[in-house]
Design a binder for this molecule. Structure first.
Ligand code: NAD
Ligand code: UDP
Length: 338
């Protein structure tokens, strides 16, 4: 199966390409390298023995996409490309709506013109807003509190309308919970530019000595120890979820929606403790005020994906922290420039 992977040089996309190649699929990558480095390609080749086709360009460039699709002969698209920092989205809403919403519309137009009818979209648990209860099932109400979340919700709504109007299309919305971890080889991992927004890369940069301490955003939530609780999922489990979605739904016309999570919640302090154990390094932290917009707790009910995609997360918190540490300690400043 030949599949176009937009954003395939990024964190989740690169791990998904490795898993696809291992499974005998052929990813064709489109990425503008806005948030990734070209050296990722060499790592994919080192791990799999295959250097995937890579087209450097922007998904908002229709002529570019048309030429890629004319050449690549793909049957489906996995659409990772987009911007993902919540705080930045408040400062730069235009860029977020342009990349995430407009970018997706240009992509779908190009797919329709090329006769490609199968799409898997990277959505997020952020579309559940502040859920009334946990665990969260796919039929919970959706809402957004910031431009990033709103862009994901808008794309979900656009794709729902598009699928209704073009019932021959197969569109799958995958709502990720909190992707963390790295390839166990230590060759590939998360490489955020600047100060990390997310918990796990921040912890690992403290552990490797790039940052002094972690600020724990709030210890007065109604949770097990007062700190925020999330459903952390290993990036390879998440990657495998895409393969399962392609295999089980990619050729079935319709709109398909799945949570990709483990069903378990861990607090910030539990993550700090697990990481310290794996790395054998004390992770310094200080309690700080709550981060605006954060919710107390959030975890998935992954039963629908298990039943219909025959997929479930198998990797443990220890796998997530150990693999992250292997990557971070071997690549303290991330991927090399090329
Ligand atoms: P990432 O930034 O590592 O990867 C995204 C890739 O897309 C990057 O390589 C970037 O260069 C590329 N890109 C961005 N805009 C582009 C454009 N206009 N044209 C071509 N390429 C473009 O991010 P990630 O963590 O791998 O996330 C992938 C997707 O999953 C995103 O859509 C993100 O919103 C979604 N998601 C991520 C998380 C998370 O915590 N990482 C959680 C939920 C959903
Ligand atoms: N968090 C924290 N310090 C940080 C980054 C995150 O305490 O430097 C907390 C955050 O408040 C939340 C959890 O870690 O409770 C996960 O945050 P992240 O930004 O990784 O993901 P989110 O669930 O917000 O998308």
């Amino acid at each position: 199966m030949r599949v176009l992977v937009t954003g395939g040089m990024g964190y989740i996309g690169s791990h998904t390409c490795v898993q696809m190649i291992e499974a005998g699929m052929t990813p064709v990558i489109v990425d503008n390298l806005y948030n990734s480095k070209k050296s990722v390609l060499g790592r994919i080749e080192k791990l799999t023995g295959v250097s995937p086709a890579f087209y450097e360009g922007d998904i908002r460039d229709r002529a570019f996409l048309d030429s890629v699709l004319a050449e690549a002969n793909v049957e489906a698209v996995i659409h990772f490309a987009g911007l993902k920092a919540v705080g930045e989205s408040v400062e730069k809403p235009l860029e977020y709506y342009d990349n995430n919403v407009h970018g997706t519309l240009v992509l779908v137009e190009a797919m329709r013109a090329a006769g490609v009818n199968s799409l898997i979209f990277s959505s997020s648990a952020t579309v559940y807003g502040d859920p009334a209860s946990v665990p969260i099932t796919e039929d919970f109400p959706t809402s957004a509190t910031n431009p990033y979340g709103r862009s994901k919700l808008m794309v979900e709504e656009c794709l729902t309308d598009i699928q209704k109007a073009h019932p021959e299309m197969s569109i799958t919305l995958l709502r990720y919970f909190n992707p963390v971890g790295s390839h166990p080889s230590g060759e590939m991992g998360e490489d955020p530019q600047g100060i990390p927004n997310n918990l796990m890369p921040f912890i690992s940069q403290v552990a490797v000595g790039r940052r002094e301490y972690l600020s724990v955003f709030g210890d007065d939530y109604p949770t097990v120890d007062g700190t925020g609780v999330r459903d952390y999922i290993h990036v390879l489990d998440l990657a495998d979820g895409h393969l399962a979605a392609l295999t089980h739904k990619g050729r079935e016309a319709g709109l398909h929606i799945y949570n990709l999570g483990t069903g378990n919640g861990f607090s910030v302090l539990q993550m700090v403790e697990a990481f310290s154990q794996s790395a054998g390094v004390e992770v310094a932290y200080q309690i700080a005020p709550r981060r605006p917009g954060d919710i107390a707790e959030c975890w998935a009910d992954p039963a629908k994906a298990k039943a219909e995609l025959k997929w479930e997360a198998t990797r443990t918190i220890e796998d997530m922290t150990t693999d992250t540490w292997r990557w971070q300690s071997a690549n303290p400043t991330g991927y090399p420039e090329l």
